[in-house]
Design a protein around this ligand. Structure first.
Ligand code: ZN
Length: 468
């Protein structure tokens, strides 16, 4: 495939400049899911890979839903491959709320703007650049990366960028796992989201995602009494649904999983100012005490994240009631998106929803399960995980690598079905006041070029050291 018209020429001298240009080009491609159209980005990446002499396979199992996979060879003496997995789709953007067109790839004030700049086309571009640089090294050594091992690689390196992660990944990574597993099979995988700095006193925490919460989505039907709106009644379905939403929004009891306990204790030991609040969180006898200690420990939006990592959560997301302005509705619908910790079963989530609703109100409800995903836990003793910590510390002496749970779901749900240990590692070092968590799916999503300039060598080192 030829280099796409108008695309950037690769810059071998400055990998950050090269990856930034690839990132900007990717941000200009509208891969909004739905409908997706990830094929645009898959073809772009295949073009960039093939221009560097790396054969790339584009798959389009569903119209417009593209994936791209490429492989660099090692000499095979180091073990099975490392998989760099990223997703090409992005969530919609409301352009009226942005200061830059979300699909412009604008470079301004040291940031690259665009929907997907953080989630996760920056990691797509970084992963691509790793492959391009290794291919260039092969050429420089007189080897053809299309057929011959890349000097210094003892394992294969697989690059895969896939569709549909923002809708569960079933048409992307999930489809590949089910239908083309050999394209992905690896000893280990790196994907979103981790390796991004969070300032804590004099230290910088680098959460590495080693587990993720599950999800359990329920459509609850509230059965009330219908009637004439001129004679109000407290048991109309709209009133009951409002009460239900309010009760479900109350924080559930805290549960500190072993991983979260370890993470909190690691931070407490390294950052003296956190010792008191961490102890109060871990020892808390009730939710209020724990929540107050979380407020003491960190600011928004980290607070929201930490609250979610210490309990099963319930978010009412869709509420419907009523058919006419003067009729009291007899039924109402409340859809809830629950996220369960490792160790909480589907039945456990449903019991929590019932308990939060309260016996009387729950007796007026029925429900169906819309979708369910199990929590994921990766091995904590994998050599790649230890290596990620070493690489972070080598590039940032203030680094505190922190294996952590993620409150959301990623394509790791699919790779674990192939038994591939999958870690969230898309390294960036941010300015201390950068509200990174708010960039995900947020207005003016953007990533700092300086963050990429630090992060790219970290990712490249991690790959070279694991594969070398
Ligand atoms: Zn993502």
């Amino acid at each position: 495939m030829s280099w796409p018209t108008g695309g950037p020429a690769p810059r071998r001298d400055d990998p950050t400049a090269s990856l930034v240009e690839h990132l900007r080009a990717l941000l200009r491609l509208r891969t909004v899911n739905p409908p997706g159209d990830e094929i645009l980005a898959a073809r772009y990446l295949a073009g960039a890979l093939e221009a560097a002499g790396v054969p790339a396979r584009v798959l389009e199992p569903f119209r417009g839903r593209g994936d791209v996979v490429a492989r660099l060879r090692g000499d095979g003496t180091g073990g099975g491959p490392l998989l760099l997995l990223s997703h090409l789709d992005v969530v919609p953007a409301d352009a009226g709320r942005w200061t830059h067109d979300p699909f412009s790839g604008d470079l301004a004030d040291g940031y690259v703007y665009g929907r997907g700049a953080v989630d996760m086309k920056s990691m797509v571009a970084m992963s691509l650049q790793v492959v391009l640089d290794l291919a260039a090294a092969a050429h420089a050594a007189g080897r053809d990366p299309a057929h011959e091992p890349v000097p210094g690689l003892r394992r294969d390196l697989i690059f895969a960028a896939t569709a549909d992660e923002e809708a569960g990944g079933l048409l992307g990574a999930g489809w590949l796992v089910d239908h083309e597993p050999d394209l992905l099979r690896a000893d280990a995988c790196l994907t979103e989201a981790g390796g991004v700095s969070v300032q804590a006193g004099a230290r910088r925490l680098y959460p590495i995602q080693v587990a993720e919460k599950g999800y359990h989505r329920m459509r609850i039907t509230v059965h009330g009494a219908a009637g004439h709106a001129a004679m109000p009644r407290p048991d109309s379905a709209a009133i009951l649904a409002a009460r239900l939403v309010e009760r479900l929004a109350e924080p559930a009891p805290q549960r500190v999983t072993p991983l979260m306990r370890q993470a909190l204790e690691t931070v407490a030991a390294a950052v003296p100012a956190t010792t008191g609040p961490v102890k109060r969180i871990v020892d808390a006898a009730d939710a209020e005490t724990a929540l107050a200690a979380i407020d003491e420990l960190c600011r928004e939006p980290e607070r929201r994240a930490l609250r979610a990592l210490l309990r099963d959560t319930i978010s009412p997301t869709i509420v419907h009631a009523g058919i006419k302005e003067n009729v009291l509705p007899g039924t109402a619908e409340v859809v809830v998106d629950c996220r369960q910790l490792p160790g909480t079963s589907a039945a456990g989530v449903e019991a929590l929803v019932a308990a939060q609703a309260g016996e009387g109100l729950w007796a007026a409800c029925s429900f169906e399960v819309l979708s369910h995903g199990e929590p994921v836990e990766q091995p904590l003793d994998h050599p790649l995980l230890a290596l990620l910590g070493e690489v972070l510390t080598a590039h940032d002496p203030a680094a505190l690598p922190l294996p952590l749970l993620a409150p959301f779901a990623t394509d790791a749900k699919h790779t674990v079905r192939l038994g591939i240990p999958t870690y969230g590692f898309s390294p960036l070092r941010l300015a201390p006041d950068e509200p990174f968590l708010e960039r995900f799916h947020g207005d003016d999503e953007r990533v700092a070029v300086d963050a990429l300039r630090w992060g790219y060598p970290v990712l490249a080192d991690a790959v070279r050291r694991y594969c070398g």
